[in-house]
Design a protein around this ligand. Sequence first.
Ligand SMILES: [Zn+2]
Length: 618
Amino acid sequence: MKRVLLPLAFVLLASAALAQNTVSVDATECRRGIFHTHLTIAAKAGPLTLVYPKWIPGEHMPTGPITQLAGLHVTSNGSELHWTRDLVDPFAFHVDVPAGASSVDVDFDYMSPASTFGGGYGESANATQHLGMILFNQVVLYPAGARTDDITFKASVKIPAGWKFDTALPIAAREADHVDFQPVSLTTLVDSPIAAGDYQRIVPVGDNANEHVTITADSASALAMNDARIDNIRRLVAETDALFGARHYRHYTWLVTLSDLLEPQGLEHHESTDIRQVEKGLTGSDETARAITILSHEFVHSWNGKYRRPAGLATPDYQAPMIGELLYVYEGMTRYLGDFVLSARTGMRTPEEDREFAAYIAGNLDRNRPGRNWRPLVDTAVGVSAMGLAPNEEVPYRRSLDYYDEMLPVWLDVDTTIRAKTNGAKSLDDFAKVFFGAPSTSPMVKPYTLDDVAAALNAVTPNDWKSFIYARVYSVTPHPPLNAFEQAGWRLVWNDTPNWYEALRERLAKQTDVSFSLGMWVKGDGTISDVVFGSPAYAAGLMPGMKVTSVNGRKYDGDVLREEIRAAKALDVVAEQASFSGTFRIDYHGGERHPHLERIADRPDVLSDIMRPHAAAK
Ligand SMILES: [Zn+2]
C-alpha cells in the first residue's frame, strides 16, 4: 500500500513548489446572487488557454454552469488582454500573454441563478438573503491541459459581515469576514465547498471532534435538528467504522443547507458533502424522514465514489469527458449500503419503514418500468451525461437514473448469495472491507474496473461474479431480481394497504400516486405529472400535462380519485389540455394496489440480520 501512497506524496511536494495561483472570492454581494472572483494564474509569454470546469465530479455530466459567468476581464501587469472564446469549446478562452509577464489576472462574476435551469448541481441557486454556498468550480478558470492534482491554488474569501461559515478546506488565517486558506490542489479546492450564513449551527457527532454536521439555514428555527436525529448520525459514524473498517478522510463535515429557494439535492466530497433541503428539512417530521438518509448516502460516498472511483470517472481534469458505466457500483451500491442497510443499522428508519422503502423501490421498478423491455440497466449509467436536461415526463418508458434504485435489489442479491454460499459466515460487509477499507488514508483516489470489483467479490467467496452482474445489469431484464428478497426471507406482495414510503413521497411532493393501479401520478391541482406507458391510464389516452377536472362526475381531488378507484368500476375522467376538454374512460377494476414485503415463514430472516446494528453499543 505504501507503493500507492509514495508517488502521491511526491506529487504534493512538486506542486507545492509551483504555488503561484490564487483565487479571491468576494461573496459580500452573494445575497443578490453575485460572487466576484479575482484570480492570479502563473503563465509564460505566448498563447494561453484558460478553461472553466465543465465535467463536475459527482455530477458525472458536462454541467459546469458556464452560462453564469459574466464580466470576464483578463489583464497582465495592469493592461487589459483581448480574450476570445474557443470556436468549438465554449468552456475555453484564449489570450496572448505579453513578453515579460509571469502571470495573468482574471476577474469575473459568477451569477447564482434565481431558479434551477438544468439538471446539474451548479445549475441551481446557491445563495439566499441569509446564506450562500461557495463552490470553487464556479469561480475559477485554470490553464487548459493542467492536471487538477498538479495545479495549486491559494484561496481566500470575503463573506458578508457577521456571517458564520464552515468548510473542510484547511484555514490559514481569519480576520473578521476575510478568510485565507492554505494552498491546496485544484482537486481539493473544488472538492471543498464553503457554507456561510446568518444562521449556522455546528453539531459534533463523532469521537475526537473528527465529524460534525453544520446546518446553515434561512431561519434560526430551522437549525433545531432534534437529539434523536443527531444520535442517528453518531451511530452512522460508528456503523461506517464497523462496515468499512477504515476511513479515507481526516475529518468530515456534513454541510447541510436549508432553504425553500435551493434545489433539494446532495453532492458528495471526500471530507464533506453539500446537502440542500427545504427550510424544514431537519425539523419537519416528514421532511426529516426524507432528508436524514441523504446524510448516510453522501457519507458512504467518502468511501464509495471518492476514495474508490470507477476509472472512467477518475479523470485528470474537469474538461475530459467522464464515463458513467460503473455508476451502478458508485451510486448503486451507495443506494444499497447508504440508503437501505445503514438507514436501518443507524435507526434512521425502523426495520418496518426500511422494508417499505425497499418494497416501494422494487414495486416501482417491477410495475412502472416498461422501459426495461428495451433498455438494460447499465445503459441508464452509460447515458447519464446526456440526461441532465431530460424532461420529467415519460420516465417509465424512457427509464430514469435507474442505476440508483435498481441496484438495491441487485446488491441485495449479491449480499444474500454470498451469505448462502458461505452459510452465513460472509456477506457484502466483507466485500466492503476488502474493497473500501484498510489501510486508512487521507483523501486519495484508487480507480477500479469491473474486473477489480469481481476480483474483490471472489476474494470474499468464489463465484462467476462477472456473469452474475452481466445477467442483471448488462442484459435486458423484464423484471428486477425480486428473488433477492426471497433469499433474504421476504417476498414482494401487493394489497390495498398504503405503503409508508410511497405515502411519505406523496405528502412531500403534494401529489397522488396511483401509479400501481391506474398508472399515473397526479398533482394537487389535477395536473398529470406522468403516465406509465401501457398502463390503464395510458390506454385511456391520458397524458402528462393534462389537467384532470373530474372523476365519475365528482370534482377532482386526490381523495376523490382514490375513492373511485376503491369502488372497482371503470373511471370516467374529464381532463383539459389547452383549449381542449374531454372525457377519458379508464378501464380498471382492480382497486388500490401498494407494494410491501411479507415474511416467508419457512425461510431464515436474513434481511433482519442485514439490518441489525453492527457497531458495539456505547
Ligand atoms: Zn450518490
